[in-house]
Unconditional design. Structure first.
Length: 143
């Protein structure tokens, strides 16, 4: 076999995890080229904070399936960039998270590019196929 000859994939094409990983890599490559300011995971966190002003770190970490210590670092980074701020919670034992003015401005700028990214990655799917894919992926993530 020459160095440039493609490897035989064996059983890989029939494995869901393999196909999902290749699809994820393609989506992340396009996202990184389109949205350079923030990683896909951090954009997801910003979307959740925007939609749930005052959410606690622990609720947010459960929602995105990150352990609390990892979430602390992510929030610290977003806070350091001036995108998120912590405010004292109602019960004074917890802090809520809010987007700062800078965070809201960034999200407003990114949403159009994210929408174009979504259109590009789904361009070969019909609207019905896109909806079906979303429904199937949701089924896979259910416990």
């Amino acid at each position: 076999m020459s160095r440039d000859e493609a490897l035989r994939p064996g059983d890989l094409p029939g494995l869901l995890g393999y196909r999902l990983r290749l699809a994820q890599q393609a989506v992340f490559r396009d996202f990184a080229a389109s949205v350079r300011e923030v990683s896909p995971g951090r954009v997801g966190i910003l979307f959740l904070i925007e939609a749930n002003p005052g959410v606690t770190q622990s609720r947010l970490s459960r929602a995105v399936h990150l352990d609390r210590s990892t979430m602390v670092g992510v929030i610290h980074t977003l806070e350091g960039r001036g995108l998120v701020e912590r405010r004292r919670g109602e019960d004074r034992r917890t802090n809520g998270l809010w987007l700062t003015r800078r965070g809201r401005s960034l999200m407003a700028r990114l949403k159009d590019r994210i929408e174009l990214h979504e259109q590009r990655i789904a361009a070969r799917l019909s609207a019905a196929e896109r909806a079906q894919l979303l429904a199937l992926l949701e089924k896979l993530q259910e416990k």
